[in-house]
Design a protein around this ligand. Structure first.
Ligand code: RUB
Length: 312
């Protein structure tokens, strides 16, 4: 039985009230902290079991954003590796780890915004997809620096996160054009750079992001437009190094169309797709700009401890 904070957060992640990989990771960390603080566990063993159950409930909420298991692992592992038998000490450890994850995540976003803004030039037209806080962070930073940027935002059916992007940028005074998803190739000839976010980056450098991202990548490749991904290192997927595939979330068909209006018709609704590394020019991380082929180095650096331990 998990605590209320974890149940509520897992539900809000599932229903997409909390969405976007970075925010999902930070909310999971905050839920674990709240759960630890309210825990009535009397022993170390009971406390760790409670944290592990909470971790599982959160991780099961959405499968494609590795920020979720990576955040949860970061926090719960601190309790697991803390030698204290004292539950109060373990609670503090969990709270400190959650705060650290959230702070690191926000700092990484600031750094990626600054690094990425260097790749945008005055006069650029930038296409993005869905609503990525990291991709928009870069665009807003370049704008703040005085670069004259225009943005093209596909609507991102079926949930229309492109509307959030268009409103967010317009709110900052940034010129933005909203497009239907099928207009991406038509407009690519007017675009200088594409910047998208990531839910997961696999060991081979493939990027999992909102459905339609790989079409942007193909169109950009054809039009010789630079295709960039903005992703903190906690979006890199350690399990892909030992052969696991990233699960692509398939959501309720009713998000696409009402099944009762289409008797005899199958409706599919995958929420993400995979962009192969061949179509990605660079990935902007808080550790610097890397080619997709260097994803494996990031995974070894960040998650090496895990690979030699529980994944075997
Ligand atoms: C969101 C999406 C975003 C990534 C990165 O999908 O695909 O591009 O999560 O976002 P959904 P961020 O709306 O289904 O969660 O850069 O904010 O982490």
């Amino acid at each position: 039985m998990t605590c209320d904070e974890v149940r509520e957060t897992a539900e809000r992640i599932f229903t997409m009230d909390i969405r976007g990989a970075a925010k999902i990771g930070r909310s999971a960390a905050a839920a674990l902290k709240a759960c630890a603080q309210g825990s009535t566990a009397a022993t170390r063993e009971a406390f760790i079991k409670e944290m592990e159950e909470a971790a599982r409930a959160l991780t099961e909420a959405r499968p494609s954003a590795v920020s979720l298991p990576n955040a949860v692992r970061f926090v719960v592992n601190r309790a697991r590796t803390c030698p204290s038998e004292d539950v109060a000490g373990l609670k503090e450890e969990v709270a400190a780890a959650a705060d650290e994850f959230i702070e690191n995540s926000l700092k990484a976003m600031e750094r990626i915004s600054r690094i990425g803004a260097r790749r945008l030039s005055d006069g650029d037209t930038v296409m993005t997809h869905c609503n990525s806080s990291l991709a928009l962070g870069i665009i807003k930073e370049a704008w703040r620096q005085g670069k004259d940027i225009r943005v093209m935002a596909p609507e991102a059916r079926p949930r229309y996160q492109g509307h959030i992007t268009a409103r967010e940028l317009a709110g900052e005074g940034i010129p933005v054009t909203l497009l239907v998803d099928s207009a991406v190739r038509t407009f690519m000839k007017e675009v200088d750079k594409v910047i998208v976010g990531a839910d997961s980056v696999a060991a081979n450098g493939a990027v999992i992001n909102k459905i339609g991202t790989s079409q942007l990548a193909l169109a950009a490749h054809e039009a010789r437009v630079v295709f960039m991904v903005a992703a903190e290192t906690y979006k890199f997927h350690p399990e892909t190094m030992v052969g696991e595939l990233v699960e692509i979330e398939e959501r309720d068909p009713a998000e696409v169309a009402q099944p009762e209006d289409f008797p005899g018709v199958e409706i599919r609704n995958p929420a993400f797709d995979v962009t192969p590394p061949e179509y990605i020019d660079l990935i902007i991380t808080e550790k610097g700009v890397i080619p997709p082929q260097a994803a494996i180095t990031i995974i070894k650096e960040e998650f090496g401890w895990l690979l030699s331990d529980s994944l075997e």
